[in-house]
Write a protein of this length. Structure first.
Length: 101
C-alpha cells in the first residue's frame, strides 16, 4: 500500500476509535468558528499529511534504524515550534534534558 492510502486508513481507524469517547463526552459537534476550522485544517494538513507522509516516505527510502533516529528529534522540534508559534519559553533544565541521552 502506498503512503497516502495507508495514511488515510490509519486516520480513519483512529477517528473510529476516538468516536465513542467523543460521544460519551457529549461534545461530538464542537462550536464551529473560523479559528477552530483553521486549527483543524492545520492539524490535518501539517501534522497528519505532511508529518506522517514524510515519515513514511523516509521509512520507504531508508532503513528503519535510520528513520528511528529522527523520532528522537520530536521533543526538540516541538519545543522550538512552541517557542516560535506560541512564544512559550523553555526552562533550562528541560533544554539540557534534550541533549542528555
Amino acid at each position: 500500500m502506498s503512503i497516502f492510502p495507508a495514511l488515510a486508513v490509519q486516520s480513519a481507524v483512529s477517528a473510529l476509535c476516538m468516536l465513542p469517547l467523543a460521544v460519551l463526552d457529549g461534545r461530538l459537534a464542537p462550536h464551529m468558528t473560523a479559528q477552530f476550522a483553521t486549527v483543524v485544517l492545520w492539524f490535518v494538513i501539517i501534522s497528519t499529511a505532511v508529518g506522517y507522509g514524510l515519515y513514511w516516505f523516509c521509512r520507504r527510502e531508508n532503513a528503519a534504524s535510520e528513520v528511528a533516529i529522527l523520532i528522537y528529534l520530536t521533543p526538540v522540534i516541538t519545543a522550538a515550534w512552541a517557542y516560535v508559534v506560541f512564544g512559550e519559553p523553555t526552562a533550562m533544565k528541560a533544554t539540557l534534558g534534550y541533549f542528555e541521552a
